[in-house]
Design a protein around this ligand. Structure first.
Ligand code: SF4
Length: 507
């Protein structure tokens, strides 16, 4: 199989994995201009210092011995299959990197033969990149549940970020839709990664210390940090009946117990005909969006899950963002005086973000803040004005200060400005760079031949490898291995119990 065909299949197969802050736009090349956004398999992520970086997002293989109901790559689907050889993928990544198409790699995989074999292929790829090419760019690697701890350890020293997908918000749903997986095999590597990161930080702190009572106690050798960018996970939303309350409670438990950097939500998209799955009407992109907003409130705005949703109101309102919804339910808290309110109170005001709250606190030391000053600070005054006073003056006239009156103003699309124009647009589906099939002709048209050139350059093996026998090719014929016995049921909150119990054990 041609390398370009493999890239086409395996970049396309990776698009459903959102655990890398994927985003995309569809902008073709134009004569006289440089670059396009149509090169196969690129997504964007954010580095620790906030830079947006472009990653080659690809699977090692889409051959999989598991049969998860929601997955396009499941064993029972008849789709074109492909697998990269480790050297092939490493050379491709370097070729793209040298041409400045990408700044890193997002590597996931189907389960080829078994988790250990799959992870070994990923380790070999990353070892070629890191050790032979001295690649210092960003690498995000998926850990396949069920991989042995030694291999997770090796992978963690080669990658910057790792993620283990939780897939579904409860053990019951996991058993129904992904019978080959179980929660302990998912949580065990997450726990190992958490402990590995903490241990690595301690070791590094010891190494940095110039004076120590016991010189010999210092770690002897400096090696690559273990998962320095932390770990993340992903959950599918809408394929199973769990509520937002359950999903957010689980997310909060993951942040608390496993120190995750991010929990990603992926709205269910029907790709398979399966009686266990809901139909196309279950696609809930708005719900995914609201969950991300609620997740933001948990991580940066000091909200608790119970303040956003509860057992009586288990679903987020899709017409209004969760922070505005909280404000409407707590009108007795408002209006707050921007020139005097504590930082925590400012964070609760719709239209004032974390950065805005910091700016207000700093600016009001030297000046009295009114509408002009707040607008200059970047506050969304159109929303905030209903909930604040500036030097004692309330500016939310024109709307009744009741839940219904304010809801009518906040739920309406914001008129004017770039945000207003964007908010009116309907997103037709998950954003993707992969909608069109990337044939060599299309790549040539998109990148003026440069993208194809990179693929061809990468396809040429290094001199030492040119005479290598064809036995280097990866075996694609994975057969379902023995399946673990089904876990005992423990209800919709099985995950949380597993997280809080600590220590792997029978479920
Ligand atoms: S393990 Fe499940 S979700 Fe992952 S590639 Fe295989 S079938 Fe898809």
């Amino acid at each position: 199989m041609e390398l370009i065909e493999k890239l086409d299949i395996l970049a396309d197969a990776a698009k459903y994995d959102v655990a890398c802050t994927s985003s995309g736009i569809d902008r073709a090349a134009r004569k006289g201009r440089l670059g396009s956004t149509l090169a196969a398999g690129c997504c964007h992520s954010f580095s620790a210092d906030g830079r947006c970086i472009t990653l080659l997002k690809v699977l090692m293989t889409n051959v999989c011995v598991y049969d998860c109901a929601y997955c396009v790559n499941r064993a029972s689907n008849e789709v074109p299959r492909a697998a990269f050889e480790p050297r092939e993928l490493a050379e491709l990544t370097i070729a793209f990197y040298r041409r400045n198409y990408i700044e890193g790699l997002f590597l996931s995989s189907g389960v080829l033969c078994n988790p250990d074999h799959t992870t070994e292929l990923m380790i070999r790829t990353l070892a070629i990149l890191r050790e032979e090419h001295g690649f210092r760019g960003y690498i995000h690697a998926k850990a396949v549940p069920g991989t042995s701890p030694e291999l997770i350890q090796k992978l963690g020293h080669l990658a910057d970020r790792m993620s283990v997908n939780l897939e579904l918000p409860s053990q019951k749903s996991l058993r129904l839709l992904a019978p080959d997986k179980d929660k302990q095999r998912i949580i065990a590597p997450m726990r190992q990664i958490r402990d590995g990161i903490a241990e690595d930080k301690d070791t590094r702190a010891l190494m940095r210390r110039k004076t120590t009572y016991l010189q010999k106690a210092r770690p002897p050798r400096k090696e690559r940090a273990f998962v320095p960018a932390g770990q993340s996970t992903q959950m599918i939303v809408g394929a199973t009946p769990e509520s937002d309350f359950q999903i957010l409670t689980l997310s909060a438990a993951l942040y608390r117990t496993l120190s995750l950097k991010r929990v990603f939500f992926s709205a269910y998209l029907p790709v398979n005909d399966d009686a266990r799955l809901p139909g196309a009407d279950a696609v809930q992109l708005n719900r995914e969006h609201r969950l991300y907003q609620a997740d933001w409130l948990l991580r940066f705005y000091r909200f608790d899950v119970g303040e956003i949703v509860d057992e009586e109101h288990p679903f987020l309102d899709t017409d209004i963002d969760p922070k505005a919804n909280w404000a409407l339910n707590h009108l007795d808290f408002f209006p707050v005086e921007v020139n005097a309110a504590p930082f925590e109170a400012l964070l609760r005001v719709p239209g004032i973000g974390v950065r805005g709250a910091h700016l207000i606190v700093r600016a009001r030391r030297t000046t009295c803040l009114r509408e002009t000053e707040l607008r200059k600070l970047g506050i969304a005054y159109k929303r905030a004005r209903f909930f604040i006073t500036c030097a004692g003056k309330y500016a939310g006239q024109g709307a009744e200060f009741t839940r219904e009156g304010l809801r009518a103003r906040l739920a309406a699309p914001i008129e004017g400005g770039a945000h207003g124009r964007r908010s009116a647009k309907v997103t037709p589906g998950q954003m993707s760079l992969f909608e069109s099939v990337q044939t060599p002709e299309k790549l040539r048209a998109a990148g003026g031949g440069r993208a194809l050139g990179a693929v061809r350059a990468a396809k040429r093996p290094p001199k030492a490898d040119r005479a290598a026998p064809s036995s280097r090719r990866t075996a694609h014929a994975g057969l379902p291995g023995s399946k673990d016995a089904a876990c005992a049921g423990d209800g919709a909150f099985g995950w949380q119990r597993a997280l809080e119990l600590g220590g792997a054990g029978p479920c």
